[in-house]
Design a protein around this ligand. Structure first.
Ligand SMILES: *Cc1c(COP(=O)(O)O)cnc(C)c1O
Length: 332
């Protein structure tokens, strides 16, 4: 297993670094920006398991699990959790078992991320339609039962968002500065918070705009807590740039703004976004441009944090996309 040290923590290398930073000139033009004003950080292209932002966090979380002698990774999530899918992929890569404790009940046909969970060989434990606390309690019970059978479980936090996991995005911020010293704003989806927290730690709160996706109750508070843990200094939630306007009817639902963002990115740049995270982040970016919070002439980077498998597990988006299909005719 490849590792590299950093202080007293070690890192299990799971991706190929750095990820590319690419211009988006046609999307920039559509938003009234100059061709050099809008770029995308391709964390969807991290190689492991379909890619996405959770790989950066899992490198540190799996390093810690390995240091603790773990034989099985246990984590939690929604049925279409990208984090659970990538935990299963990381376990496969590292020769560990994975148990995914997911919200919901068995019976629904597997699609999207669940198909990949199955391919990676993970065990799924359905926790029922429960809230965050009960989900965590079920994961702890699963870990206890695994210990009773002689296994050594490592509990990977919800979304990979602990101070340890967020280190992956402290590094991403440094990677971005090396690729683009003129960076003015990074726009990221805000789910469990570790991605934004890491970026704020390395880039400063003024340069990071987080778009809340409805995964946690108090997103600014959640991110501020992680930033405080990373830096050792208290971070006040009010100092963070967080948009709350893209959640719509809740985490799992598709909004018209998100559908418009999916279509715009696909039709200007051939870039696929997902309905839960990156679609909301792009809709938030568009809203921020409209309001003058993000302006032409300053370099804006959109973090593409992955999530494509989730699109294939989201019936509402699949139906709306089918409506967009242009059917041509042929004469003769
Ligand atoms: C989890 C996730 C996010 C949000 O990252 P957090 O660190 O949980 O805030 C964004 N995009 C995708 C595709 C994700 O899976």
């Amino acid at each position: 297993m490849m590792t590299s040290g950093s202080g007293n923590a070690s890192r299990a290398v799971l991706g190929t670094w750095p990820t590319p930073l690419e211009p988006m000139p046609r999307l920039a033009a559509a938003l009234g920006f100059g061709p050099d004003d809008l770029w995308v950080k391709r964390d969807d292209l991290i190689g492991l398991g379909g890619g996405g932002n959770k790989v950066r966090k899992l490198e540190w979380l799996c390093g810690a699990a390995r240091d603790a002698g773990a034989t099985v990774l246990v984590t939690t999530g929604a049925p279409q959790s990208n984090h659970a899918r990538l935990t299963a992929a990381a376990a496969a890569r590292l020769g560990l078992d994975a148990v995914l404790v997911l919200v919901g009940t068995p019976g629904s046909p597997g699609s999207g991320n669940l198909v990949l969970d199955a391919l990676f060989g993970a065990t799924v434990v359905w926790a029922g339609d429960v809230g965050a606390e009960a989900l965590k309690a079920t994961a702890e019970q699963v870990a206890e039962e695994l210990r009773g059978r002689g296994a050594v479980p490592a509990l990977i936090p919800f979304g990979g968002s602990s101070v340890v996991g967020a280190r992956g995005y402290v590094e991403c911020g440094r990677e971005l500065l090396a690729q683009d010293p003129d960076l003015a704003t990074v726009v990221t989806a805000l789910g469990s918070g570790g991605t934004m927290a890491g970026l704020v730690d390395s880039l400063g709160s003024a340069r990071v705009l987080g778009i809340h996706c409805g995964a946690v109750a108090d997103p600014a508070h959640t991110v501020a807590g992680l930033v405080s843990g990373l830096s050792g200094k208290r971070c006040e939630p009010e100092t963070l740039r967080v948009r709350l306007d893209q959640v719509g009817d809740g985490y799992g639902t598709l909004t018209d703004q998100v559908m418009a963002a999916l279509l715009l990115a696909a039709r200007t740049e051939g870039m696929v976004l997902d309905p839960i995270y990156t679609g909301r982040a792009m809709a938030g970016l568009i809203a921020a441009v409209r309001e003058g919070d993000i302006v032409p002439g300053q370099r804006t980077v959109f973090l593409h944090s992955g999530g494509l498998p989730g699109l294939y597990g989201h019936p509402q988006t699949l139906a709306r996309a089918a409506d967009e299909l242009t059917v041509g005719t042929v004469s003769g």
